[in-house]
Each structure stands twice: as C-alpha cells, then as structure tokens.
Design a protein around this ligand. Structure first.
Ligand code: FAD
Length: 449
C-alpha cells in the first residue's frame, strides 16, 4: 500500500514552493510535491530566444519603492537578479495610426484623460448599481476611433491603477522592474527550493519533489486524502495543499471525491481568467526608435486589442533586436489556435503599417500558449472589480483536509508573483495551525482515556 506522508503539495510554482518551504521550516519534512510538468516554476518560466533569455510568464517585479518591502524584490536582491526599471506611462505618447503617423501628444493626452475619467465614472455607476438596481446610469462615451480603442485597451489591460487603487502599489510602491537576467526570473524559485530541498550542482535531486506527476483525482474524508496521478500512482497523506491555477480548477483536470460543495464551485466559476500573451519577434536589425521614452509603443487599429501594445527589448538586452507584442483574452485565444507563421505574417503587416514597407522580415517568433496549456488554462486570475471579498474567501476556504493556495487565493495581490508567494505562506500557516489543534485534540482524547 502507498506510504502516507503528512502533506501532499500539488504544483511547484511559486505558491506551492513557498507553501512547502514553510512546512519544512516548521518540521513537516515528510511531504511530497507533485508537479505535472517537467520543471518547477509554473508561470515563472524563461526560454532562450534569439540569443537571450526571455520570460514567457511573469516578466516584471511589480510594486517596488513603497512603504513596505515587496518580498519578491527582496528575493531578487538576495540573488542579484538583473532588472531594468520600466515606465509604461510614455506609451500613450507613442501611438501610431495605420499610416505610421504618431498622434500629437496633446491629442493623445486629452484622449487618455477622457478615458480615465470615463472609466472612473463607470466604476462608480457599477458600485451604485450593485447597491440599488433602480439607479439608471448615465450613458458613457464608448471608445470608437482606433486611438480611443487603443487607449481603452492599455487602460484596462495595463494601467488599471490610473482608475482604481491597487493594493500592490499602495503597499509595495508604484515602481516596476523588468527582469532581464540570463538565469531567468525562475532563479529566485530555484534559490528558494535550494533552501529546503536537496540539490547538487544546481539540480534538485530531492526525492520528495516528483515531476511529471499529473494529479487527476483527490479523494478526501475525515481520515485523510488519497491522490491519484495520470500514470496510476497513488499517494496518501493527512492533508493536501492544492496550488493549481484558477483555470485548472475551472477545468475538469482534477476530480474530487466527494465533489466540492456548490458554494465552492460557484466561487471558482465567478473568478475571471485573464489570458495575457507576450509574442517575441527577432529581427536582423533595429528599425524602431529607441532611447528614453521609446521603450513602449502602441498600434491603433479598428479592432480593439489587435497587436496594440509593443515593447522593444533594447533596455533589457541592448543589441538583441527583439520586439515583444502583447495580446490578451480573445486575441490570445485566436492567436494560440493559428500557426506561428500566420501570427508572424500578421505582426509584420502591423509593423509595416507603423514603420513602412521596407522593414525586414522577422527571423524568428515565439508564441507562448498559456490558454491551451492544460496545466494552466490562462495567465492569471482577475476578480471583477466590483466583486466582494466573499468570492476570494470562498475560493481560499479549505474543504476538509484540502487546503487551497495560489495567486488566485491572495485577497490583496492576486495575479502577481508576490501574490502567489505570500498566499503559499498564508496557506501553510493556516494548515500548521490546524495540525496543532488536531494534535491537541488527540492528546486531550488520550489523557481522557
Ligand atoms: P503556478 O505558477 O501556475 O503553479 C501551479 C503549478 O501547478 C504549475 O507548475 C502547474 O504545472 C502545476 N499543476 C497544474 N495542474 C496540475 C496537476 N493536475 N497536477 C500537478 N501539478 C499541476 N506576475 C507578476 O508579478 N509580474 C508580471 O509581470 C506577471 N506577468 C505575467 C505574465 C504572464 C504571461 C503570466 C502567465 C503570468 C504573469 N504574472 C505576473 C502572474 C504570475 O506569473 C503568477 O501570479 C504566479 O507565477 C502564479 O504562481 P502560482 O504558484 O499561483 O501558480
């Protein structure tokens, strides 16, 4: 029969690793970590592309320079991670129309301000509507022109902080640093793993970490949990810490016996999954403007979100001749479903609109597929702004011996690496507390006998 451990941690992304570390640090060293893929890191993931290391998932350390230290920034300092300061606020002054003209900065600034005001107004109306359904909202100006659509896109998908307060900025600061390190953002997670897992020559050799173990079933009762993986292995434990993404929880990858209660599945369904895709393009030479204020630029098209948000990698890797274009949600899904050649063709057409017909073809393209990946099913959680905390609370709430963690369980910092990191710590602290109580209950029972 399978051996029984104290805890099974499912998933070895930042939250699963920080959860496991807290447990081991507190003497729970007979745990098992089951990870579906062949590596640790999850959504912190680099790939070599065009001679440099690019980040397919998390790219920035967001929230630096504020009143409290961001724990991920602290880890970065400890590992001397190479980063560059990023400032997207200039993007609005580099908006190209389809004929390659840049909108005058005054026009762009006015339009930006209007969009911010209208978004704030809309938010207020939603807040009021939530309280009193009889209130009729003022009709708002909806974005129509390509420039308005482009601004609407960057405002909602990149700069929501202009519209509503974001806890990450309030607590940790408003600065953002792009990771530009050959070792990748993931080296922070390897460093964390080294503290509590056996490693040799930079490789994790600890038998408690099991890669390529896709969890398909969790059976749970008052007495314990039994976890079954796709390859037919069975693991038993007193508790499970489940760190898979909200997208995976919404999918049918893992079945629960008995099934999760209705309030739990309802909360899981309520959380939006954001798809966010960075497409990398390598060129034989640079044909885009570089220098201060030019790192980000915007393409204004009739279709909202059509290859809108561009970044050149000159700050991160001078001379790399790499451009990154970010697409989200519907566009991400459309692009994931087509061939990379098709996507490259579309990108080059867009770039020819902006920079003229003579620019060279790209020599390589990299298109991450977070939506199609059955171990991810999206990029990160996105709670509706007007949702109450109850949804996150319910997603996080343990079910018997199953404890939930992951960025989506972070009330204040969901969607970020530091959210995942802090959620892992919180979940394990809650579990340790429960284990202490359980021990007390048992010893009370014994003294009673
Ligand atoms: P994950 O990293 O997803 O870890 C969960 C693990 O569970 C994965 O390794 C997965 O393989 C595994 N798993 C899934 N199913 C199973 C199963 N059935 N059995 C076993 N294992 C399973 N954050 C920032 O702070 N800054 C950014 O700039 C930023 N940009 C982002 C850009 C993109 C494209 C993406 C995708 C994310 C970005 N994020 C960013 C968010 C950040 O990456 C995540 O919030 C964080 O990494 C999530 O960590 P996690 O541990 O909660 O989940």
């Amino acid at each position: 029969s399978p051996s029984r451990s104290s805890v099974i941690v499912i998933g070895a992304g930042v939250s699963g690793l920080s959860a496991a570390k807290v447990l081991v640090d507190n003497g729970i060293d007979d745990l098992v970590i089951l990870e579906a893929s062949d590596r640790i890191g999850g959504r912190v993931c680099k790939e070599n592309f065009g001679g440099v290391s690019v980040e397919l998932g998390a790219g920035w350390i967001v929230g630096v320079g504020g009143k409290e230290p961001n724990p991920v920034w602290e880890l970065a300092l400890k590992s001397s991670l190479r980063t560059c300061f990023s400032d997207y606020s200039n993007a609005r002054y580099n908006i190209y129309d389809r004929s390659g003209k840049i909108f005058p900065s005054g026009v762009a600034a006015d339009s930006y301000k209007k969009a911010v005001d209208s978004a704030i107004q809309k938010l207020r109306n939603q807040g009021e509507d939530a309280g009193d359904l009889s209130i009729v909202s003022e009709p708002l100006c909806t974005p129509k022109t390509p420039m308005e659509l482009a601004i609407d896109f960057i405002l909602h998908d990149f700069e929501m902080a202009e519209v509503e307060p974001i806890s990450t900025y309030l607590d940790f600061g408003e600065r953002e640093f792009l990771v530009a390190d050959e070792r990748g953002y993931e080296c922070l997670l390897y460093k964390m793993a080294e503290d509590f897992l056996f490693t040799s020559e930079g490789k994790i050799l600890d038998s408690r970490l099991k890669l390529n173990k896709v969890v398909r079933e969790i059976q749970h009762s008052r007495n314990g949990v039994t976890v079954t993986t796709e390859d037919g292995c069975i693991y038993e434990a007193n508790y499970v810490v489940l760190s898979v993404s909200i997208g995976v929880l919404q999918s049918d990858l893992i079945s629960f016996t008995p099934p999760l209660p209705g309030w739990k599945t309802e909360a899981i369904e309520k959380c939006d999954v954001m798809v966010y895709t960075k497409i990398f393009l390598k060129f034989p030479y640079k044909f885009w403007p570089c220098g201060p204020g030019k790192e980000f630029f915007i393409y204004a098209h009739e279709r909202r979100g059509y290859y809108t948000f561009w970044q050149n990698m000159e700050n991160a890797y001078p001379g790399s001749n790499i451009l990154v274009v970010t697409v989200t949600n519907g566009e991400s899904k459309r692009i994931e479903a087509q061939s990379d050649e098709e996507t490259m063709k579309e990108c080059i057409e867009v770039l020819r609109d902006m920079f003229g017909p003579d620019i060279p073809d790209a020599t390589d393209i990299l298109v991450p597929r977070w939506w199609s990946n059955r171990f991810q099913r999206g990029s990160y959680s996105n709670y509706p702004i007007i949702s109450d905390c109850q949804v996150v609370q319910n997603i996080k709430e343990p079910i018997g011996r199953i404890y939930f963690t992951g960025e989506h369980t972070s009330e204040r910092f969901n969607g970020y690496v530091h959210g995942g990191y802090l959620a892992g710590i919180d979940t394990s602290n809650a579990l340790l507390e429960e284990m202490r109580k359980d021990k007390e209950r048992k010893s009370d029972g014994q003294s009673f006998l």
